[in-house]
Design a protein around this ligand. Structure first.
Ligand code: OAD
Length: 227
């Protein structure tokens, strides 16, 4: 079976009603990264950080997978599909994708501040000050903040090297090391990039651009690939 690797960003979930980061009405216009998404922010104001991610979690829980997530899950009937996502939502999983690697963490999980290997599913909607792991330390969101290492990056790059077909969907390719993954894709792979604002992006060499929103663009490409 041919290997299809799909690298997704916030744009794949935009049509599920989850805001992207860098649009004019995006999250990073509303909040400053350094206030809510860095180790320094956590040191300074845990309550604000927890509130920010509690809000993100609430939004994710009330959102549903869209036709792009669903079409990518259907692609598994024809190809060996691996999703590599920068998104912290679980919409690929809920659409039925079996192999999903999260680069920037998962909003529906919490992590011990004493032992990073201790990761728990978040049962309730909120994570608050005083919520502790079994070692007695405060739980933090299971999110990779700016300035932190990306533990799954090496694995993601190794997976990318094996792609027969590599598809990028809905990412501004602004955030490294994640965006560097395209450099690991073989010259021989078929490469596509789907984004309605592709003309504003630094499209990596060799990628065929589909300048369309995720739902339309992914559906069109999936139909083409399975023919
Ligand atoms: P961005 O907000 O930087 O980029 C979103 C991309 O989605 C843009 O290129 C948009 O043009 C595109 N887009 C918008 N609507 C779309 C739609 N309906 N269909 C398809 N594409 C659409 O988000 P990311 O590239 O995902 O990290 O951001 C990367 C990382 O930066 C995130 O994982 C997050 C953020 O800060 C952390 O928080 C660590």
């Amino acid at each position: 079976m041919k290997k299809v690797i799909v690298f997704t960003g916030a744009g794949v979930s935009a049509e599920s009603g989850i805001k992207t980061f860098r649009a004019s009405d995006g999250l990073w216009e509303e909040y400053r990264v350094e206030d809510v998404a860095t180790p320094g922010a956590w040191q300074k104001d845990k309550e604000l950080v927890l509130r920010f991610y509690n809000e993100r979690r609430k939004q994710v829980m009330s959102a549903n997978p869209n036709n792009a997530h669903i079409a990518l899950a259907e692609l598994q009937n024809y190809f060996d599909v691996q999703i590599i996502t920068q998104n912290i939502d679980d919409l690929h999983e809920r659409a039925g994708s079996k192999k999903v690697l999260h680069l920037h963490g998962e909003i529906l999980k919490a992590r011990s501040t004493a032992n990073p290997a201790l990761v728990l599913d978040l049962i309730g909607e909120e994570l608050n000050i005083g919520d502790k792991c079994e070692l007695g330390s405060q739980l933090r969101p299971h999110i990779v903040w700016f300035g932190e290492a990306v533990p799954n990056m090496e694995l993601a790059n190794i997976i990318a090297e094996k792609a027969d077909i590599f598809i990028v969907v809905g990412t501004s390719l602004n955030v490294y090391p994640a965006a560097g993954i395209t450099e690991f894709v073989s010259d021989n792979a078929e490469k596509y990039l789907i984004d309605p604002n592709a003309d504003k992006l630094n499209v990596p060499y060799g990628f065929k651009v589909i300048a369309s929103n995720a739902c339309d663009g992914v559906l069109a490409l999936v139909n083409k690939l399975i023919k």
